[in-house]
Design a binder for this molecule. Structure first.
Ligand SMILES: CC(C)(COP(=O)(O)OP(=O)(O)OC[C@H]1O[C@@H](n2cnc3c(N)ncnc32)[C@H](O)[C@@H]1OP(=O)(O)O)[C@@H](O)C(=O)NCCC(=O)NCCS
Length: 152
C-alpha cells in the first residue's frame, strides 16, 4: 500500500488521541493532556502517514535531547493503526524521523520501549536499533523500559 507523509495539523488531534488509545493499554496510552504536551513541546516534531484515501495509518512524534554535549534524536512514539500494520507505514515514519535527526546533527537516535512490547522491539531491531539499557518501573511504576539506540 502506498502511504504519504504530512505534518500533523491541529484538527488531527481527536484522531491521533483515538489512535494512541487503540495502540496502548489503559494507563500506558497517553491522556489528552500528555498527547498535547508532546505535540507542543518546543523542538518536537510530528508527522502522519496516510493512505491514498487520506485515512490516517499512523503518526510519529520525535524531538531531541542533549547527552554530555551531544545531540540525540529522541523518538517519542510511533503509533500505527492496528488494522494497517505490516504494510510499511511504521517503516516510512521511522525513515523520515531518522532523516530529520541527521539533519539536526544528531549522533544517535534513542527511544524507550516496554519490556512487554516485543512487536515494537522487533520493529526497531529490524531498523538497526540495539538495546543499551533498562529503566526499572518506567511505565506505571511497575513495568520496565528497554532503552534502544541507533548510531546515525
Ligand atoms: C511497532 C509499529 C509502529 C510497527 O509499525 P508497522 O507499520 O506495522 O511496521 P512496518 O510494516 O513498517 O514493519 C517494518 C518491519 O518491522 C518488523 N516488524 C513489524 N511488526 C512486526 C511484528 N509484529 N513482529 C515482528 N517484526 C515486526 C518487520 O521486520 C517488518 O518488515 P516486514 O513486514 O517486511 O517483515 C506498530 O506495530 C505499532 O504501532 N505498534 C503499537 C504502538 C507501539 O508499540 N509503538 C512503539 C512505541 S515505542
Amino acid at each position: 500500500m502506498a502511504f504519504s507523509l504530512r505534518p500533523i495539523a491541529e484538527d488531527d488531534f481527536p484522531k491521533l488521541y483515538a489512535l494512541d488509545q487503540a495502540c496502548f493499554a489503559p494507563g500506558i496510552a497517553w491522556s489528552k493532556a500528555e498527547l498535547r504536551y508532546f505535540l507542543r513541546y518546543p523542538g518536537n516534531f510530528g508527522m502522519i502517514a496516510e493512505d491514498e484515501a487520506g485515512q490516517i495509518a499512523g503518526f510519529a512524534i520525535a524531538g531531541k535531547q542533549l547527552r554530555r554535549g551531544t545531540v540525540l534524536g529522541r523518538l517519542i512514539t510511533i503509533d500505527v493503526d492496528p488494522g494497517m500494520r505490516r504494510r510499511g507505514a511504521g517503516h516510512m515514519l521511522l525513515e523520515e524521523i531518522e532523516m530529520r535527526f541527521r539533519g539536526m546533527g544528531a549522533a544517535a537516535a534513542r527511544l524507550e520501549v516496554s519490556v512487554d512490547n516485543t512487536t515494537a522491539q522487533a520493529f526497531y531491531a529490524r531498523h538497526g536499533f540495539v538495546r543499551t539499557g533498562r529503566i526499572p518501573g518506567y511505565y506505571l511504576g511497575r513495568v520496565d523500559a528497554l532503552v534502544m539506540e541507533k548510531q546515525l
